[in-house]
Design a protein. Structure first.
Length: 188
């Protein structure tokens, strides 16, 4: 078996074990009783993959848009590298986690992301569109009251609200999530 195939095989085993450990370690969450009223949401967290400058700009644009509406926004970016590159800077409203923060089975070590996961945000926006065990685990560990994310295989277990639809970038996906929260509450 070529070395790349062996590495991929081992990575797949780690992911399967990580999924199992995540599922078995989580307490059963209470189902969401109602879609949150967007106007009542004060603190929002956005979880995203921070490996792409263009996507990072889209996420920052969404955060600015939400802040302009009076929301307090904290960003948590996952950098899929062994070390955090020097150009990534922690700020009051921006944190990162990277491979060094993960266990052998690709789950975030809770003590290394404790500031983020222990904060009771009103809403956690999962702004990623493909399965990523580290990001799914952060979302699952989070003390956020509500979670919203894009619909993709395996996203149902880790989100309260799923958005299906067409979007060209993460900013548009975030706007669709906001629009959904506003429209659902306006019909109540």
């Amino acid at each position: 078996m070529p070395i790349f195939a062996r590495m991929q095989f081992l990575e797949n085993i780690k992911i399967k074990i990580g999924k199992y450990l995540l599922k078995s370690s989580l307490e059963k969450r209470k189902p969401m009783s109602a879609v949150p009223n967007f106007d009542s949401i004060k603190e929002i967290a956005i979880l995203y993959a921070a490996d792409d400058n263009k996507k990072e700009a889209e996420v920052n644009k969404l955060a600015l848009h939400l802040r302009e509406q009076g929301k307090k926004v904290l960003l948590m970016g996952f950098v899929n590298q062994k070390q955090l590159p020097e150009n990534y800077k922690f700020q009051i409203s921006q944190e990162y986690f990277w491979k060094e923060s993960l266990s052998s089975f690709l789950l975030p070590q809770k003590d290394k992301v404790a500031n983020f996961i222990n904060k009771p945000f009103d809403l956690l926006i999962n702004l990623y569109t493909d399965f990523s065990l580290p990001m799914v685990a952060i979302s699952a560990y989070s003390k956020a009251t509500n979670r919203i994310g894009a619909h993709f295989p395996e996203s149902e277990s880790y989100n309260d609200i799923l958005i299906d639809g067409q979007f060209n970038n993460l900013y548009e996906l975030g706007l669709q999530m906001e629009h959904y929260l506003k429209i659902v509450n306006s019909k109540s």
